[in-house]
Design a protein around this ligand. Structure first.
Ligand SMILES: Nc1ncnc2c1ncn2[C@@H]1O[C@H](COP(=O)(O)OP(=O)(O)OP(=O)(O)O)[C@@H](O)[C@H]1O
Ligand SMILES: Cc1ncsc1CCO
Length: 522
């Protein structure tokens, strides 16, 4: 059985100047590479054969299987463990006939059709990619993206076919790649193929060892749920206790909450953040994203009025937040309204891992590609999903993060649990940006959750802190404050409601949360 965990694809053209190919291979194996594919471009048969033979001797010494790219004849000549073929190389059925029994055959797949064919051809493994855009190879097919890998992996359920991700996988995106590519049925990649991160390194041993470390911490951290959460079981009572702890933490620590949001509700969102005890910074420019990611407690990305400069900032800010393991709250405002929003949302979610995605039913339907609920611009139409609990849970599994579906009732899921919250007031639906404010409240509470979890083990996690509780706390703070504001005599309608809401967020007490929270965990 081949261990596909760290699959090295060689590329002599990528070696740093002065680096010997065989020495680099030796070091990579010492660093922990578990399988090697020899890839040669434009090399004469005799030279390829010589390289394959010498590479095989090195791999054998490490007891690591060697696979030959494309050339069945070379694989036969050196008794390689396997052959890897591309879509335009030797067909799998013919390679199978030519090769001795037990020789592994792998094929590159970019889409469902290619994957279906590979499965029916009886391949042993598939290389799914490109996962990221890459400079190692000129791509003539669309990038699959981390989320696309998960959809393809689902197809392998019930088969013995193994899968490695390939294309642009680096140390800096490895954890995100592993986490984000798990299918809704919990099928993860069996390994990752790496080229330049190892081959182009002047220290291939260290490069391989670092990649192995991430692989093993991810695997020991287990599934999405463990990677996202700090607690494994919730009850309504434990959730309320947790929310109050976070709420107090926000007030005690005043975390910085970085928000890239729309120009309709920017001031409202900043005011709500302050009222909760956090500190907003509404910064959009690429050049400052890294600095802010070091000091902030959480990031909110809201595409309400998407403009090019802010969009560039969003791309970078999310990656910086992931690198710092800070919570990223994403609000795909009006995603169904235009192709531009849709493709921007896809690029953002393929670039970084959101910790929480928040939207109304129409927005989340558009994100999930469902036409069960329609939207009009930034608003949802109709009464929502027939089974909102399952919808929220499935979307959380698909996007590998916590999902908040807002509305008269809010549904919050981490892919396993669904918290059903029925607090709120209809006046929230009669002011603009209540959803955007909800995003700010969630981000503030996720920042509090992150501070509370500071002492915990960060290894193998993409985000620090219980973002499920952060999301519930943000929604409860807003909706309970809205109920209290609506009760006030000075509130006569939407115009007087908004300032009262800010006052109530400011004076909200743990007692009000305990007394008023209407929460059910399913
Ligand atoms: N009729 C209602 N009754 C109770 N709560 C409501 C009602 N409408 C909205 N809310 C609350 O308001 C918050 C925002 O949800 P909503 O679904 O209105 O956001 P949205 O459509 O994204 O808003 P916007 O586009 O104005 O920012 C949620 O926490 C939700 O519970
Ligand atoms: C009205 C509106 N348009 C873009 S963003 C926004 C705020 C509510 O989502």
């Amino acid at each position: 059985m081949i261990d596909y965990s760290l699959y090295l694809v060689t590329g002599r053209e990528l070696l740093p100047q002065g680096q010997d190919y065989f020495d680099s291979l030796e070091q990579s194996l010492q660093g922990g590479v578990t399988v090697v594919q020899i890839r040669e471009k434009n090399t004469d048969t005799s030279e390829f054969l010589d390289i394959a033979l010498r590479s095989k001797a090195i791999c054998d010494r490490h007891n690591v299987p060697m696979i030959v790219n494309d050339r069945v004849d070379i694989a036969l000549a050196v008794q390689a463990s396997g052959v890897h073929v591309g879509q335009t190389d030797m067909p799998v059925s013919i390679a199978r006939k030519l090769l001795p029994r037990g020789t592994v055959i792998g094929v590159s797949c970019n889409n469902i059709q290619e994957l279906d064919k590979a499965i029916s051809d009886g391949v042993d493994y598939v290389g799914i990619g490109a996962v990221w855009s890459t400079t190692t190879k000129t791509l003539n097919k669309p990038v699959v993206g981390v989320r696309g890998v998960g959809e393809l992996l689902r197809k392998l359920d019930g088969t013995s076919v193994k899968a490695v991700g390939i294309g642009g996988i680096k140390l800096k995106n490895l954890l995100r790649t592993l986490h984000g590519s798990v299918s809704t049925t919990n099928r993860a990649l069996d390994g990752v193929a790496v080229v330049s991160e190892i081959v182009a390194s002047t220290r291939p041993r260290e490069a391989a060892a670092k990649l192995c470390e991430v692989l093993s911490t991810f695997r020991s951290g287990g599934s999405i749920i463990k990677a996202m959460r700090t607690r494994s079981e919730y009850t309504a009572g434990s959730v309320i206790d947790g929310v109050i702890q976070i709420m107090n933490c926000v007030r005690d620590h005043n975390p910085l909450v970085h928000q890239i949001t729309n120009n309709v509700s920017i001031a409202q969102s900043a005011n709500a953040t302050i009222a909760l005890g956090a500190s907003p910074i509404m910064a959009t420019t690429v050049q400052e994203m890294e600095d802010i990611s070091r000091i902030n407690g959480a990031l909110l990305v809201n595409i309400g009025t998407l403009v090019p400069t802010a969009y560039e900032g969003m791309v970078v800010a999310g990656s910086c937040a992931n690198a710092q393991k800070k919570p990223v709250v994403f609000d795909p405002v009006g995603v169904g309204a235009s192709h531009f929003r849709q493709s921007s949302v896809n690029t953002l979610l393929d670039t970084w891992q959101a910790s929480v995605i928040k939207g109304n039913a129409g927005e989340l339907a558009a994100l999930a590609g469902s036409n069960e609920v329609q939207s009009k611009g930034v608003d949802t139409i109709g009464s929502g999903f027939k089974d909102p609990v399952s919808f929220a849970r499935n979307l959380a599994r698909k996007e590998r993060c916590v999902v908040v579906m807002s509305g008269k009732i809010d549904y919050i899921s981490d892919g396993t649990n669904v918290a059903v919250l029925s607090n709120g007031h209809q006046l929230l639906g009669q002011i603009t940006g209540s959803g955007c404010i909800a995003g700010s409240c969630i981000a503030s509470h996720c920042a509090g959750a992150m501070i509370l979890a500071q002492g915990e083990d960060k290894e193998g996690k993409l985000v620090i802190g219980d973002v499920f509780l952060g999301a519930i706390g943000g929604i409860l703070a807003l909706t309970i404050s809205a109920e209290l504001a609506a009760l006030r005599e000075d509130v006569k309608g939407p115009g007087t409601f908004f300032p009262a809401l800010i006052d109530e967020l400011f004076t909200l007490t743990p007692r009000s949360i305990q007394e008023r929270a209407r929460i059910q965990i399913q």
